[in-house]
Design a binder for this molecule. Structure first.
Ligand code: ADP
Ligand code: MG
Length: 483
């Protein structure tokens, strides 16, 4: 039987406002517990919420970037439930009239394909506090620093058909919010969190299967693994004649399994109602238009520009625009050396491998954009070969200075002196009687390939520094003179 996986994601993004959604307390991460929770966040009687305009601006910018409808009128509601990290007894959120309506975003897949994923809506809401279970010996600590931090919850339609598509979608959301500068997108600090709804159905079936909701997935890698393992679990049950229960499940990364948290059958009735403390939010067309005008260049537009302006392949352009820092780095290198293709190759090849190995971001790269441009300039003007360039690159990483410094200090300059190369060619020919004999006797069509042996020997003799084009030219002349 052939199964199809169906996925819809709910992504929570913390907005990087200075202060909270309805209070003036700071949203900075990592402060001592409860030092950034004011009377409003603590739900002291008599306090009233004051909306933070910056959070609305950010939510609207996100909606515009997702080609979504922006609601001219949105309404906050109270979602009532009890939990120790929620002193108000309700979360202020949006339900019937969210600020961002339906939209659409294009995702790019590893195989070069792309597809559209529909956005159901995105709404503004406040984050809850945190319960701390370690260090309290049989009790829980409550930290309300996070309480009231603005979030947008981004709800997709169930449009994804594999774990890889879900990851591509999440990467796209990450890239959009960081390009817009509305969130730092740091998953390890909880700035971007994802719940995955997963169901399976037989290929060709129209009706969606019963879904489970996976909570607590805090990295791109875990999103992929959690969805795969959950889909396998569901398929096993269905193939054994069982049925799927609609429930919330927790992904355990250590065991790579999901387990039941709570059943949706006994789901809470949150008794939503419009918050009497907050007026409906009414936006004018001009306000939205102004924000539209101020949007920065977004990843897809940038990727298209990189293709047309720098003649990059779609794949390279996509790789280089996934995050804003990489794109900026690339443009700086290009501006300084005028070699977009070489710049793209070095950034997605050698530099990406280095950053991966060191587990650091491009913003922390030990090789600056100016240094890489300096290296590329010396490849371009034939001062060094691409092989020697790798050695120079390593030395730049080790902090030995600019490409020019290193080439000078280590004497790596490519040999382009005709006399010197002729001498090496003569020596190798003199020492290779058997190979010269073979070359002479070989069919003309085979000869270019047979030159490889001689080129290799000459390169070796020059420690990789002889100019390869010149070797080829001089060698061919000298060998052909022997025919
Ligand atoms: P709830 O009201 O329980 O949160 P929603 O209908 O709002 O449920 O859907 C929440 C998320 O689940 C959405 O992202 C949606 O795309 C996804 N979803 C809904 N049904 C399915 C399904 N059968 N399989 C996979 N995902 C689904
Ligand atoms: Mg929901």
């Amino acid at each position: 039987m052939e199964w199809e996986i169906v996925i819809g994601l709910e992504v929570h993004v913390q907005l990087s406002t200075e202060s909270k959604l309805f209070s003036g307390a700071s949203t900075r991460f990592g402060a001592a517990p409860n030092t950034q929770a004011c009377a409003v966040d603590l739900a002291m009687p008599g306090t009233l919420p004051v909306p933070n305009e910056q959070a609305f601006r950010y939510a609207i910018m996100f909606g515009l970037a997702m080609n979504a409808e922006i609601s001219k009128r949105s309404v906050f509601e109270r979602k009532n439930y009890f939990y120790p990290d929620l002193p108000k007894g309700y979360q202020t959120t949006q339900l019937e009239q969210p600020i961002v309506g339906a939209g659409e975003v294009e995702i790019h897949l590893e195989d070069g394909g792309s597809k559209k994923v529909r956005l159901h809506h995105a709404h503004l809401e406040e984050d809850a506090g945190k319960s701390l279970h370690e260090d309290f010996h049989g009790m829980s600590g409550i930290d309300l620093n996070r309480a009231g931090t603005p979030l947008i919850e981004i709800v997709s339609e169930p449009d994804m058909r594999s774990a890889a598509e879900a990851v591509a979608y999440l990467r796209k959301i990450h890239s959009i919010v960081t390009y817009l500068g509305i969130s730092d997108g740091d998953m390890s600090q909880g700035s971007l969190r994802c719940d995955a709804n997963v169901s399976v159905r037989l290929k060709g079936e129209e009706k969606l299967g019963t879904r489970t909701e996976l909570k607590n997935i805090n990295s791109f890698r875990f999103v992929e693994r959690a969805i795969k393992v959950e889909a396998e679990r569901q398929i096993d049950i269905l193939e054994d004649g069982g049925s799927i229960e609609q429930e919330t499940r927790l992904y355990d990364a250590d065991k790579n399994e999901t387990r039941s948290m709570r059943s949706k059958e006994v789901a809470n009735d949150y008794r939503y109602f419009p918050c009497p403390d907050l007026l409906p939010v009414v936006l004018t067309e001009e306000y939205i238009e102004q924000l539209h005008k101020e949007l920065p260049e977004l990843p897809d537009t940038k990727a298209e520009r990189f293709q047309s302006e720098f003649n990059l392949s779609a794949y390279d352009a996509d790789q280089l625009t996934q995050d804003r820092d990489s794109a900026e780095y690339f443009e700086t290198v290009c501006k300084s050396c005028g070699e977009p293709k070489l710049a793209a190759n070095w950034i997605t090849g050698e530099l990406a491998a280095l950053l991966n190995r060191k587990e650091i971001s491009i913003a922390e790269s030990p090789v600056s954009a100016t240094q890489l441009a300096g290296l590329i300039t010396r490849i371009k003007d034939n001062t060094i070969s691409s092989k020697i360039a790798k050695q120079v690159f390593e030395a730049i990483c080790e902090g030995e200075g600019s490409a020019d410094d290193i080439i000078e200090k280590r004497g790596l300059k490519q040999v382009s002196d005709t006399g010197a190369i002729e001498k090496m060619v003569d020596e190798v020919i003199a020492a290779s009687d058997a190979q010269v004999d073979n070359y002479r006797r070989a069919d003309e069509s085979k000869r270019p390939k047979m030159m490889g042996y001689f080129v290799g020997q000459i390169m070796k003799a020059s420690k990789g520094q002889a100019n390869p084009q010149m070797i080829n030219k001089i060698l061919k002349e000298k060998l052909d003179a022997l025919l």
